[in-house]
Design a binder for this molecule. Structure first.
Ligand SMILES: [Cu+2]
Length: 116
């Protein structure tokens, strides 16, 4: 192994570490577009903050059971909520959906923290 190979390996392994270290946390964004939530079901770890980003029209993010409720979101507006308790959270748009998954609706699944 010559010095160039060594140098390359050293740089490559540093880069690999850097990438692993700076990998962004899971993308917890739900896009609101064309009268639907995308993805419709999103699974996140407990403690995660989910952000809904409205791309078009006026919509809301309203939990079926009232755990969270956004104001009316116009195009370009966002709403965030931090989920601390594991469980399934069904939500809908107050204008175009209804509780129980009717029309414009989605759900967030909050997984329990991993045991170490
Ligand atoms: Cu809507």
């Amino acid at each position: 192994m010559n010095i160039r190979t060594l140098a390359f390996l050293a740089i490559a392994s540093c880069a690999a570490l850097w990438i692993a270290d700076s990998a962004p946390a899971q993308d917890n964004t739900v896009t609101i577009t064309n009268f639907k939530f995308e993805p419709k079901t999103l699974t996140v770890p407990a403690g995660a903050t989910v952000t809904w980003e409205n791309k078009e029209g006026a919509h809301t993010v309203t939990a079926d059971k009232g755990q969270f409720k956004s104001p009316n979101l116009r195009a370009g507006e966002k709403f965030s909520f931090t989920f601390t308790k594991p469980g399934a959270y069904a939500y809908h748009c107050a204008f175009h959906g209804s509780s129980g998954g009717g029309n414009m609706a989605g759900s967030i699944i909050v997984a329990p923290p991993k045991k170490r």
